[in-house]
Write a protein that binds this ligand. Structure first.
Ligand SMILES: CC(C)(COP(=O)(O)OP(=O)(O)OC[C@H]1O[C@@H](n2cnc3c(N)ncnc32)[C@H](O)[C@@H]1OP(=O)(O)O)[C@@H](O)C(=O)NCCC(=O)NCCS
Length: 152
């Protein structure tokens, strides 16, 4: 797999994958455009395999805290470590940007994502009750402390 920066020419494919992977919470092409064009603090990357998008994700890095904006693995690439690799890439981007902690928000009913975060150093900070509508699904806010290599 190859890690590369996201580019505007990826947007059509990403918007289609988002509908498959996030249904009602998918980002429309206009959202992707604005994320790439108007948000300089955000870094979006893609894991490519055989010329196809296997995984994608992004972080917002602002001072001591960074936020995961999105993370996803294409349906036919899931369950083989691509999610973990993308999470590692986002952790590196956040750390290199100077952040000391990485925050994310996950639906309480998203078992595969929660397992990924639980096993990779994230702890639950707080729960926002009935945050996702429709469906009354809680949002779980998680945090991982980051360690910079130049720190003693
Ligand atoms: C969540 C997601 C990114 C995981 O990606 P993935 O490539 O399938 O995950 P990996 O193969 O790297 O597995 C990472 C861990 O998650 C767990 N996992 C992955 N798929 C799982 C599943 N379907 N059910 C339960 N656990 C699962 C594995 O146990 C693995 O842990 P381990 O390595 O300790 O065994 C992927 O399922 C996805 O894109 N889902 C749709 C979009 C989404 O929900 N994104 C997260 C939004 S917060």
């Amino acid at each position: 797999m190859t890690l590369r920066e996201m580019h505007w020419s990826d947007i059509e494919t990403l918007a289609a994958l988002d509908v498959e992977l996030f249904a009602d919470d998918a980002w429309a092409p206009a959202t992707w455009w604005s994320e790439l064009a108007e948000r300089p603090r955000r870094r979006y990357v893609i894991e490519e395999q055989d010329g196809r998008i296997a995984a994608y994700g992004g972080v917002d890095v602002a001072g001591e805290t960074a936020d995961v904006m999105t993370i996803a693995v294409a349906p036919d690439a899931q369950g083989r470590g691509a999610g973990r690799a993308m999470l590692d890439a986002l952790v590196r981007l956040a750390t290199d940007g100077g952040a000391e902690a990485l925050l994310l928000e996950v639906r309480a009913d998203n078992e595969s994502a929660r397992k990924l975060y639980d096993r990779n150093g994230f702890e639950t900070l707080t729960i926002r009750r009935r945050y996702y509508q429709p469906g009354d699904v809680d949002a779980v806010i998680m945090r991982r402390h980051l360690v910079r290599e130049d720190q003693p």
